[in-house]
Design a protein around this ligand. Structure first.
Ligand SMILES: [Zn+2]
Length: 365
């Protein structure tokens, strides 16, 4: 170390005196530093003083360099944190291995979604780069669904199964067991959504839909890495569209006079919470079960107490009970779509949510 200090001192301060330039000094340092040492009188008190001074300067330089290096490390680690995938990834989902390598001429990824909104989300992410099918027939909702041999075949042919989660697909384990399918990547799109009362109807709020789209994108990017850039770009564009929809709903709901409503079944909890409405009561207490007289009595009390002027039915059903309550209390009946059934296409989700928004605007003004 002493020698090193000395050579530096020599290089900086004595080079002119000894007729040595900086470059050939380094050359000497590397190849023949003993010779250079011999040229300096180490006992000379001035040289010794300069050597100590240089030692201090060099120590400061080293410490400064150390601090700079650590700051650089911190910046690098922070920026790598920012590049990590969205926080909704993998909470309910196991790690996903790549399934297709993405070489030219390789077959398309086969994706099966359970309900129509998930088909709409996935189609917007993949475009024509994957084959997408929806499990539920267009007229059947997830609460009353029982699978057919054709549905078992759909599972057998799929690489990836995209489900809503929150136990909406309570029949799923049986269906997969019937298909005898071992290698199936299952994506739970509810991962990262804040669940309320174990209610599965998360898709009815576009804020949740954005999280579901992110979860689907993460899974597809990992499964089919050859198309990862296209999937990410498409998802980004689609999420922008959903954000526009979200803003539009908020602006319209802010203008509504009445904020409380009664729905047929508890599907609009998330929508109401996210946009400042209140699902004051639901007529059907449990899916697929007739409401009890006691429950109907409490719904009527709520309607009277909140001054509710309209109740909501659903397009796929014509519940006599809704008509009876409306007649008794002189209420108007409107139809809200829970998006549980239908023949989806890419814009289907946005179209249906906007149609519901129009119904809210008519019913709650
Ligand atoms: Zn439902």
């Amino acid at each position: 170390m002493k020698t090193w200090f000395f050579i530096y001192f020599y290089e900086d301060l004595k080079k002119e005196e000894l007729g040595i330039t900086a470059s050939n000094c380094k050359y000497h340092f590397l190849n023949n530093y003993h010779t250079l040492l011999g040229n300096i009188k180490i006992n000379d008190s001035f040289n010794l003083f300069m050597l100590i001074l240089y030692g201090i300067i060099l120590s400061v330089k080293i410490i400064r360099g150390f601090i700079f290096f650590n700051i650089l490390l911190l910046i690098v680690s922070l920026s790598s944190c920012q590049q990590s995938p969205p926080q909704h990834d993998n909470k309910n989902n196991p790690p996903i291995p790549p399934l297709l390598k993405g070489g030219s001429g390789e077959r398309k990824l086969k994706v099966l979604t359970t309900i129509a909104p998930l088909y709409s989300f996935t189609k917007n992410i993949t475009g024509d780069l994957a084959d997408i099918d929806n499990l539920l027939p267009s007229g059947v909702g997830p609460h009353e669904y029982s699978f057919s041999p054709l549905d078992v075949k759909k599972i057998t042919g799929a690489d990836v199964l995209i489900k809503n989660g929150v136990n909406l697909e309570s029949w799923m384990d049986k269906l997969i067991a019937s298909a005898g399918k071992e290698k199936l990547i299952i994506v739970d799109t509810s991962s990262g959504v804040k669940i309320m009362n174990n209610d599965p109807h998360i898709w009815l709020s576009p804020k949740n839909a954005i999280i579901q789209v992110e979860n689907i994108t993460n899974a597809l990017v990992k499964t089919d890495p050859g198309h990862s850039e296209a999937y990410k770009n498409n998802a980004e564009n689609y999420i922008q569209q959903l954000k526009t929809l979200d803003k539009e709903i908020q602006e319209e709901v802010n203008k509504l006079k009445q904020k409380e409503f009664v729905a047929f079944h508890s599907a609009f909890l998330y929508f109401a919470k996210d946009y400042g409405l209140k699902q004051a009561a639901v007529i059907q207490e449990y899916p697929e079960k007739e409401p009890s007289p006691k429950h109907i009595a409490s719904v009527i009390d709520t309607i009277r107490a909140a001054g509710i002027k309209a109740i909501f039915s659903e397009p796929q059903i014509s519940p006599k009970i809704v008509e009876a309550i409306a007649k008794d209390l002189n209420l108007r009946v409107y139809s809200l779509d829970t998006l549980e059934t239908g023949a989806p296409y890419p814009e289907w989700y946005e179209d249906k949510i906007r149609a519901n928004l129009e119904v809210f605007k008519k019913a709650l003004n």
